[in-house]
Design a protein around this ligand. Structure first.
Ligand code: ZN
Length: 341
């Protein structure tokens, strides 16, 4: 079997002969965007200018429009594909498959029509609702690729989050910090658990929420933080849940009741980090055990671990070979900066 999969120096996952995922590759006519997180949309402008098609799910297209601008995507030929809808291109068949991560997220399968070889890239995923695809060559994310990175608490985390919010609401406004997609998941958790306080969000978070609702999520009523009603609630510290992007955590509501949501927590579902702030261990990535389980059930002949994005790709590759007896390598290989002088 000739191996036609790799990760290039810019972080593009190359599958088969034509497809580059999640970053730019000058030789590839097809670009896939698996989801809208910034480390998966690198070089998108170049891809829009030069690729024959830039492929994504309809939800990812709608999210990109609000996170960039509607004009941004008009630079190129965007092709939306529903999950499992085939796209034939020069003797290869490309399909997107669901990935439980943020709305619109996809795994990528490229099948070589002549040899039948299946190249799979998981993208970012969480195991609970992500189908495991059979692969000959599997490229897998490595965020929590270290055997110590396991979160045994499961659904308990959601309850810990709800309890914390309810505790905070007794004193007034609660500020929640997280990333796009995760924030909307938190809104949905509170809404479906009948937490009655109004939700408030700044412009971008608000717009992302509208896209999530369009694509089937149920978030309840969200007020724009610049509206008079929302401004009055926040000013008087009345009970509400305000959702802000993690990047604004340093300067928004520093003295209020705060909850940050992070996957980099392994010891317990929630942890107090200051007088007025907790961290909740809600992740949208597989932990180490989830990654190993995916590989075992996908039954590839070769695994490539993504060594471009944050994570422990080298350790994960070693553990895959040790535990499952499957050849695995981290790509791209990172050069050590050795000072020979
Ligand atoms: Zn992501």
């Amino acid at each position: 079997m000739s191996v036609e999969a790799s990760v290039n120096e810019k972080g593009a996952i190359l599958l088969g002969k034509h497809v580059a995922c999640d970053s730019y590759d000058e030789k590839r006519p097809l670009r896939v965007v698996t989801h809208v997180h910034y480390d998966h949309t690198k070089g998108l402008q170049q891809s829009l200018r030069s690729c024959q098609a830039v492929v994504m799910t309809p939800a990812t297209r709608d999210l990109l429009e609000v996170m960039q601008s509607p004009l941004f995507l008009m630079m190129g030929n965007v092709k939306t594909l529903a999950y499992e809808e085939p796209f034939e291109f020069n003797n290869e068949c490309l399909t997107l498959h669901r990935a439980d991560h943020i709305i619109g997220a996809a795994q990528v399968l490229v099948e070589d029509d002549e040899t039948g070889t299946r190249y799979v890239y998981t993208g970012d995923f969480r195991p609970s609702d992500t189908p495991i695809l059979d692969a000959d060559v599997l490229v897998i994310e490595s965020t929590y690729g270290n055997p110590f990175q396991v979160r045994p608490f499961g659904r308990v985390v959601e309850n810990a989050f709800i309890d914390l919010v309810e505790t905070g609401l007794r004193h007034g406004s609660v500020y929640v910090f997280g990333y796009h997609g995760k924030l909307q998941e938190l809104m949905q958790i509170l809404h479906s658990n009948k937490v009655k306080a109004p939700f408030v969000a700044p412009e971008k978070v608000f717009q992302v929420s509208k896209v999530c609702e369009k694509h089937g999520m149920h978030l309840g009523k969200v007020l724009l933080s610049s509206e008079e009603e929302a401004k009055a609630i926040l000013e008087h510290n009345e009970p509400c849940v305000a959702f802000y992007h993690m990047n604004s955590r340093r300067y928004v509501a520093r003295n209020s009741f705060r909850i940050s949501v992070s996957g980099w927590e392994f010891s317990c579902p929630r942890r107090q980090i200051s007088d007025n702030e907790h961290v909740v261990a809600l992740s949208d990535h597989a932990d180490f055990n989830g990654l190993i389980r995916y590989v075992r059930e996908s039954k590839p002949k070769l695994v490539i671990t993504d060594n471009y994005r944050v994570g422990d790709a080298t350790i994960l590759a070693r553990e895959i070979t040790k535990r499952l007896g499957i050849e695995a390598r981290a790509m791209p290989q990172k050069r050590l900066d050795v000072n020979l002088g």
